[in-house]
Design a protein around this ligand. Structure first.
Ligand code: ADP
Length: 633
């Protein structure tokens, strides 16, 4: 049974492979791109919210430290105005005598010591220092003209003078608070307090705080990092730079700009600044990014800026980004794995369904085929029955034919049989008459000899009739025969003809046991040998060869004669019934037909060969009863 191959055929490779190839080519770059993208988004979100929380926290810190700066500055605001109350100061301004100057010097020295300011001094309206707390020092301000100082110019106009600058005498930075001293509503001089604010820087450094204070010109005057000090946080025009240089506010220091590598304004007063970590060794790896929060300091035109390093935040954001990327990769991997598994299960299910379907089809086909087979089996059985019946009919017909053939042969031989029987009968008659006479004469010896001869003749006649009887008897398909006995019987039957023909007989066969009825075998041999004798009638030296051999479970007997042979036309009709070349009543044309059908009925065969040397050979093959070889005869 053949199965339909299309049932098990997989999808064409080109169709199955292409999408998978595309997937394999594009999926990894896509996953990597998404990983990078999501990682960056994770980083950005983390940084964004980190900055927001940092700036909220920074706002509080900014407020706290800005207040501290404000209180530090405002601590001294009242101090210069105090001098208005001191009579020696107004006396000095009215009439600057050495005595009053000394008195004021001493007073200012004491006041300075108590207030822990850097210096306190008094100037006249022209800007000359009349008295100072540091009158003892070599670099004392005494007698100096400081009219160019902005704080003096403001104070002399009655405005509060707030000023951060570097001392022109000793180059020391300080915060100057000036106040116009009034008498009867008129400004008669200016009192100045110089304060050092470096303590704040030290405090910031101790607290590891990064901060700076920039003044009204945008110049950093206080910074936790000394490198940033006296740098400008805003771009300065050449004109401004010149003006500032002229004012000597920052002494002779170059006012470079504090240039961040990157600046990003996040909100009002909130910026993201990136500085090189070290100005000498500026490189990308050493850049430091800060969150810069700025707030103006009250009562001053200054700004306080708090710098919060974003390095930790950035590191954390990078970690978050990596985490997001890794989480995505994991999820993607799980999804891909799940998808692959799903596909495998789907494929398996499809394969199982296909298999089930194929199975069902197979079963259906088997059922159909079984039904067909059963039907054809039934048909075959019917045919076998018919064949058996036909065989039975044929066998019966054969039997009838055999019988008819035998009778025909007997009829054919009747003349010679009659001759064979008449001769001994005539001899018997003569002998019996003679014997009676010899007995009457008392010649007992001669009578006895005659009686013996009579017995022999009777035996011979009996053998002839017995042969005829057995030949005429109905046979059996399932019988066994001895080849030797059958040949002997046939030769005996044809004995008289053989004798008269002076035949040379050559025997070379075994007494094989073959599957055929003994009588039928005898009849076949009588036919074959009889035909050979007929063919050799005009042969001066007739010879008959009986040669046997075993071949493929059969015994093959060749009956060869050196007769006249068979012409080409006769060969075509040899085994046809009633075909004969014999004249008159001599031939019936049944001998070969019957013999061949007798041989075929037992599974054997009768064939003919025409040797080139002349004559004819009939080949009789009959199945052997047992494979054991018989003794040669
Ligand atoms: P019949 O002997 O009655 O003619 P057969 O069937 O026995 O019928 O033989 C048919 C014919 O085959 C014979 O008439 C003869 O011509 C030919 N034939 C048979 N045997 C031989 C033989 N040995 N040699 C030559 N011719 C033969």
């Amino acid at each position: 049974m053949k199965c339909d191959p299309t049932l098990y055929r997989a999808a064409p490779p080109s169709l199955a492979v292409k999408p998978r190839l595309i997937r394999h080519l594009f999926l990894p770059p896509l996953v990597i791109a998404l990983m990078i993208g999501l990682g960056y988004i994770g980083f950005w979100v983390s940084e964004h919210y980190g900055i927001r929380s940092l700036s909220e926290n920074g706002q509080r810190q900014l407020e706290l430290h800005a207040r501290a700066v404000e209180s530090e500055i405002s601590k001294y605001t009242y101090l210069p105005s105090l001098l208005e109350l001191e009579s020696s100061v107004s006396k000095l301004l009215d009439d600057p005598t050495p005595e009053t100057r000394q008195t004021v010097n001493d007073y200012l020295e004491g006041l300075n010591r108590r207030s822990r300011s850097r210096a306190i001094y008094v100037m006249d309206t022209t800007g000359r220092v009349l008295a100072t707390s540091n009158w003892r020092d070599v670099d004392s301000y005494l007698g100096e003209d400081l009219s160019f100082r902005a704080y003096f110019q403001n104070a002399v106009r009655g405005q509060p003078g707030r000023f951060y600058g570097i001392g022109s005498t000793n180059g020391e930075p300080g915060y100057y608070l000036a106040h116009g001293l009034e008498e009867h509503g008129k400004i008669i001089g200016v009192a100045v307090v110089k304060v050092r604010l470096e303590a704040m820087e030290e405090r910031w450094q101790r607290a590891r705080l990064e901060a700076f204070v920039s003044d009204e010109n945008g110049i950093i005057i206080l910074s936790s990092d000394p490198a940033r000090r006296l740098k400008s946080v805003v771009p300065l025009s050449d004109e401004t730079k010149e003006k500032l240089a002229r004012s000597l506010q920052y002494y002779w220091f170059p006012l470079n700009e504090l240039q961040p590598l990157a600046r990003e304004t996040l909100a009002e007063g909130v910026e993201k600044l990136t500085f090189p970590a070290n100005s000498e060794l500026a490189s990308d790896e050493q850049n430091i990014t800060y969150l810069a929060q700025t707030r103006p300091l009250s009562d001053t035109p200054w700004n306080f800026t708090l710098l919060t390093p974003l390095a930790d935040l950035r590191r954390e954001a990078i970690n978050q980004g990596i985490l997001v990327a890794v989480a995505f990769a994991l999820v993607a991997f799980l999804l891909i794995a799940w998808n692959e598994r799903r596909k495998v299960i789907a494929t398996r299910l499809a394969a199982r369904e296909a298999l089930q379907e194929a199975n069902n089809q197979l079963e259906r086909r088997i059922t159909e085929r079984t039904t067909d087979l059963r039907a054809s089996n039934e048909r075959l059985k019917g045919q076998i029955r018919e064949r058996r019946q036909a065989e039975e009919t044929l066998r019966r017909a054969q039997d009838e034919l055999v019988q008819a053939g035998k009778l025909a042969a007997i009829g054919q031989m009747s003349t010679s049989i009659a001759h064979e029987l008449n001769q001994p009968l005539a001899a018997l008659r003569t002998l019996s008459g003679n014997t009676v006479r010899f007995l009457e004469r008392g010649q007992l010896d001669v009578a006895s000899t005659n009686l013996k001869t009579i017995n022999e003749l009777i035996d011979r006649m009996g053998r002839i009739t017995a042969s005829l009887r057995s030949f005429a008897k109905r046979g059996d398909d399932k019988g066994q025969a001895s080849l030797g006995k059958a040949v002997d019987a046939a030769l005996q039957l044809l004995g008289s003809r053989m004798e008269s023909a002076h035949l040379h007989l050559y025997r070379d066969f075994k007494d094989a046991q073959v599957q055929i009825d003994q009588t039928r075998l005898e009849q076949i041999l009588v036919n074959l040998i009889g035909n050979a004798l007929d063919a050799m009638q005009s042969q001066p030296l007739p010879a008959l060869w009986l040669e046997g051999e075993e071949y493929d479970g059969k015994y093959r007997l060749r009956v060869r004669d050196n007769g006249h042979g068979i012409d080409a036309e006769a060969r075509k009709h040899l085994f046809e019934p009633f075909f004969t070349t014999k004249p008159g009543e001599q031939g019936l044309g049944l001998g070969l037909t019957l013999s061949a059908s007798l041989a075929a009925a037992t599974g054997g065969h009768l064939g003919v060969e025409h040797p080139a040397s002349g004559g004819t050979t009939f080949v009789l093959s009959l199945p052997l009863v047992s494979p054991t070889p018989a003794e040669p005869i």
